[in-house]
Design a protein around this ligand. Structure first.
Ligand code: PRP
Ligand code: URA
Length: 209
């Protein structure tokens, strides 16, 4: 069974509350999403392997540790996942970026795929799939299935706000994928929106409504 990591650090909780507020405008919403994504990435990358190297400090030769060159890729689910990429790339600038385009059909709430471009060596990389909202879990589960079909075996999911239904769906479909979230909300409403949530993440991020 995958592990659910709820990142309840006070800074993250504070920033998520600001994002939830309907009065928060596009510029602040975008900046907050980037900041939270970076703070969360600190924990998502906690198990990156290290190797020992020998260096010369101004004082003496010393054995010390650096990241062992593990290959990473960040894969935003379009559109709203795009808002999480820069924050993560601040921490792991050598990571590659793949893109998966999915939207939820407003009537069926089923994910419809419209774009996919992943790094050529995706099967050798550790992937961090990112999307601010995990509602029914349909989009994230479909995106992960699609990536797995390309041969990728090591996947984590980083989301901002999750509904219990979405967590359950991803854990059932992908028991090998650990999930990192900043908040687990109460439930979904009749339109598949997370309650209390923050509304439509894509629209608030890009100012399209
Ligand atoms: C939102 C969100 C997720 C999806 C979550 O995207 O960014 O991708 O809904 O819902 P689910 O867990 O029920 O699948 P949306 O489909 O609104 O597309 P957008 O990012 O282009 O706005
Ligand atoms: N997608 C969003 O952007 N918000 C929700 O609450 C659910 C799905």
């Amino acid at each position: 069974m995958s592990t659910l990591h709820v990142m309840d650090h006070p800074l993250i909780q504070h920033k998520v509350s600001l994002m939830r507020d309907r009065e928060t405008g596009t510029k602040d919403f975008r900046e907050l999403l980037e900041e939270i994504s970076m703070l969360m990435a600190y924990e998502v990358t906690r198990d990156l392997p290290l190797k020992e190297v020998e260096i010369e400090t101004p004082v003496c030769r010393a054995k010390t540790k650096v990241i062992s060159g593990k290959k990473l890729a960040v894969v935003p689910i379009l559109r709203a996942g795009l808002g999480m990429v820069d924050g993560i790339m601040n921490l792991v600038p050598a990571a590659k970026i793949g893109h998966i385009g999915l939207y939820r059909d407003p009537d069926t709430l089923e994910p419809v795929e419209y774009y996919c471009k992943l790094p050529a060596d995706v099967e050798e990389r550790d992937l961090i799939v990112v999307d601010p909202m995990l509602a029914t879990g349909g989009s994230a589960s479909a995106a992960i299935s699609f990536i797995k079909r390309r041969g990728c075996k090591s996947i984590k999911l980083e989301c901002l706000i999750a509904a219990p239904e979405g967590i359950e769906r991803v854990q059932k479909d992908h028991p090998d994928v650990d999930i990192f979230v900043a908040a687990v909300d109460e439930r979904l409403n009749d339109h598949g929106y997370i309650v209390p949530g923050l509304g439509d993440a894509g629209d608030r991020l890009f100012g399209t409504k």
